[in-house]
Design a protein around this ligand. Structure first.
Ligand code: ZN
Ligand code: ZN
Ligand code: FE
Length: 762
């Protein structure tokens, strides 16, 4: 052992603020007999340590191997320096540097320690709905600016009581520098409101709210990132009237449970499902519904799954506490009128939810940024995102190479935007469908907030090719106003590049991209959506695609799969025989007009969309002739497909196209022979799987590419996804799936950003 004293200066970047990082450093340093200091800066944490070389080495080893639960180091720099003369180890004041940035933690569900204290009658925060600590609680939704300190959060208005302050200032306390720290003496409170009046406050408000729910009322509940509309999921009258008041037809409602036991009584869950339900993000997880569950079928019409999340805030736990006569599951759907963004401001909620809620469970901790619940399912053996929001955003997607500051505005449906800075891509939380003023406003506010939070001033803007998307118009306007270059990236190329970036793909080898979705404007003016691309970040070639079919009436054909089915039959040269469900659905006038439209090419753009291909099949099988939300017909087709069926129809490749005509002929023969619909549905899926693999094999013959990236909303179909992955792997392809982002258009903004960055580099 040596007696010499050495010094080190350590600089760490990543999620290192507001997550108990400095107390952790303090404890470890003292433990290792080191002196010196640690402090927050505007872009991370700085540490200076002095001690014996072996102690320093041990300390650095700890840093690299064990961290507090929410902390993550992305970059670390360690330099020798002369010992600084400190005789103790200290946490010193933060050092702000203008223009710098650090990642901001997402909102985190209540931790096990806080949960224990919440239900401990001896604890001073017993049954306090806003209990939190450095390991849990609100973050992103309450942060107005960085550095992440209390005055820059929506907790600024609450002055800490002496006891809270003591905990806040004690490096050894679990609440050291927990910015949202609060207690019943000094923190926010809850109350219940109805008809413009306060009915009750505190515990009494929660108990009254619970009683109202049992009585079948609908409550607006202010949560972490916005309002929910809550009701008893086992009460048909309550669920019905919620659907009616919200103008939400068909689309499933999310549910909330107190704990895993309550979920198990209603769903069949695997160990992987359990892990996902218990993950600190506490997302909504799609689970297989148990036949004996008392949940009203109309919660998720025509689906075999239920979307369930566990209570993730102390307020939710108190609201959901098990008791005899209280339901296991509550509907917890976002507090909004269908298609509008979730309410997050009290007055806005009072205005917009007034016709929907019988009462409001409110609190006075303001929400600065609205964030919806995230939605996942287990698919292909991994957690698979369907909607990325609370708990995930604003975590950055790490890039393989530093990028210049770029703003990518995403697509139209399931919009997200993306801002890049150095090696980070900040993909926003789910914004929604950019089809109305409210959502557009939320999109613009979101961009402003992210730019400010991460101090990003974009040097270029990226958008879709589609001139009518509100995101494209926003991009054009900003590019004009701020004199910034505007780059347009084709939608399906963006799917491919998003999947590459999601997987940290860095090889120059071209990848086969199967970009299968509903809609995206192609470079030839047609609406693409069944694309076999070959390329990388910068360039791509469209090698194969589903043969074009007219989309009669554009959006009308999207809303009415029956029209799509007839368009497909017409294109395949098959007669519209009476007795076929889509033929019988449409009246003679509509069919006549449709035929004219098809024959004369009136308002019938061409499409290679696989989403619409699914719609047509769903209609032909008599499952769904009109839809109330995007993807509904395909979701219902997937739901009935028989997993034991291996048969398929011919979907042949001629030239650069997949020709669906022989598939329709074979499917109709089955249909006329009264083959059960679940068999037909499975065969339809299997045909696409086989065609996808066959297409990839052909491309491999020409290009020797062995890697396939699956992106686009169609890959949210688990039946199709899992069979395609297996079949591709059997054919010796490596398959890239999305991990950090959904396969749907929520990934487009990332794809646009990385494609534009690669383009700029060239
Ligand atoms: Zn906690
Ligand atoms: Zn207090
Ligand atoms: Fe798409």
């Amino acid at each position: 052992m040596s007696n010499e004293i050495a010094g080190r200066k350590i600089w760490a970047r990543g999620i290192v603020q507001g997550v108990g990082f400095r107390p952790f450093i303090y404890t470890k340093a003292v433990h290792s007999h080191l002196t010196g200091w640690v402090r927050n800066t505007s872009n991370g944490v700085e540490i200076e340590i002095n001690g014996r070389p072996e102690d320093i080495q041990g300390f650095i080893h700890t840093l690299q191997t064990s961290l507090p639960p929410l902390a993550r180091i992305d970059e670390i720099d360690i330099q020798p320096c002369p010992p600084n003369g400190y005789t103790i180890f200290e946490i010193i004041a933060s050092k702000p540097q203008p223009g710098e940035f650090i990642p901001v933690s997402p909102d985190i569900s209540i931790c096990a320690d806080c949960r224990r204290e919440l239900f401990d009658p001896q604890d001073r925060r017993f049954r306090y709905p806003f209990i939190n600590c450095t390991n849990c609680g609100p973050r992103f939704s309450i942060i107005q600016d960085i550095p992440y300190d209390r005055p820059l959060t929506t907790m600024a208005g609450f002055e800490m009581c002496p006891t809270c302050r003591q905990e806040y200032e004690n490096p050894l306390d679990r609440r050291f520098h927990a910015q949202p720290i609060a207690c019943p003496q000094c923190g926010p409170g809850v109350w219940l409101e109805a008809g413009g009046e306060r009915i009750a406050a505190g515990e009494q408000a929660i108990q009254t709210a619970r009683r109202w729910i049992v009585e079948g009322k609908i409550l607006a509940v202010k949560g972490l990132g916005g309002f929910h509309l809550a009701c008893d999921a086992t009460n048909p009258t309550a669920v019905d009237s919620l659907r009616e008041r919200k103008h939400r037809v068909g689309k499933p409602f999310a549910l909330m449970a107190f704990d895993l036991d309550a979920v198990r009584r209603n769903c069949h869950i695997t160990l992987q499902d359990e892990d996902l339900l218990l993950a600190r993000q506490r997302p909504v997880v799609l689970l297989e519904r148990a036949a004996n569950s008392p949940v009203v079928p109309d919660v998720a019409p025509r689906q075999q799954t239920l979307g369930v999340m566990l209570a993730y805030t102390p307020l939710h736990l108190l609201l959901m506490e098990p008791a005899s006569g209280f339901p296991d599951l509550l509907v917890m759907t976002s507090g909004n009128l269908s298609e509008e963004p979730i309410c997050f401001d009290d007055d806005d909620a009072r205005r917009r939810l007034d016709s929907m809620a019988d009462g409001y469970l409110l609190h006075n901790r303001p929400i600065h940024m609205r964030v919806d619940d995230s939605v996942l399912r287990v698919a292909a053996g991994q957690p698979y995102l369907l909607r990325r929001a609370r708990g995930y955003a604003p975590d950055a997607v790490p890039l393989i190479k530093p990028a210049p500051p770029i703003l990518a505005v995403g697509a139209e449906l399931k919009n997200t935007f993306c801002l890049t800075r150095r090696q980070y891509a900040f993909v926003s939380h789910h914004i929604g469908d950019l089809e109305n003023y409210e959502t557009l406003k939320s999109f613009e506010e979101g961009i402003r907030h992210y730019q400010q939070l991460f101090h990003i001033r974009p040097e270029s803007i990226v958008c879709d090719l589609h001139p009518d998307y509100l995101s494209t118009r926003y991009a054009e306007q900003r590019s004009r106003e701020e004199d910034l270059p505007l780059v347009q990236i084709q939608h399906h190329h963006a799917h491919l590049t998003a999947c590459l970036a999601d997987n940290g793909w860095s090889s120059p080898e071209p990848v086969i991209g199967l970009s299968f979705d509903g809609t995206g404007l192609g470079t030839d003016g047609a609406i693409w959506g069944g694309e076999f691309l070959l390329g990388g970040y910068r360039e791509y070639r469209r090698v194969l695609h589903l043969a074009y079919t007219p989309l009669p009436g554009g959006d009308l054909a999207v809303r009415k799969p029956a029209r799509m089915a007839l368009a497909h039959l017409w294109q395949a040269g098959i007669d519209w025989e009476p007795g076929l469900p889509p033929v019988d659905t449409l009246c003679l006038e509509e069919r006549t007009a449709l035929r004219t439209q098809l024959e004369k090419h009136i308002n019938a753009p061409l499409t290679s969309s696989i989403g619409r291909f699914f719609d047509a099949a769903s209609a032909l099988l008599g499952l769904r002739q009109t839809v109330t939300y995007e993807g509904q017909a395909a979701i219902e087709l997937e739901a009935v497909a028989d997993p034991c069926e291996e048969g398929l129809y011919p979907l042949e490749i001629t030239g650069d196209r997949l020709d669906p005509a022989p598939l329709w002929q074979a499917l109709l023969i089955d249909l006329y022979q009264n083959t059960p619909v679940p068999i037909l549905a499975a065969r339809f899926h299997n045909s696409i799987v086989a065609a996808a693999v066959e297409g990839c094999l052909r491309i491999r013959q020409q290009s020797s590419s062995r890697v396939v990236a699956l992106s686009g909303g169609v890959w949210q179909n688990r039946f199709l996804l899992e069979r395609t992955v297996k079949a591709l792997q059997r054919a010796n392809f490596a398959v890239l799936l999305h991990h950090q982002l959904p396969a749907n258009d929520g990934c487009i903004s990332l794809g646009q950003a990385v494609a534009a960055a690669a383009f700029r580099e060239a």
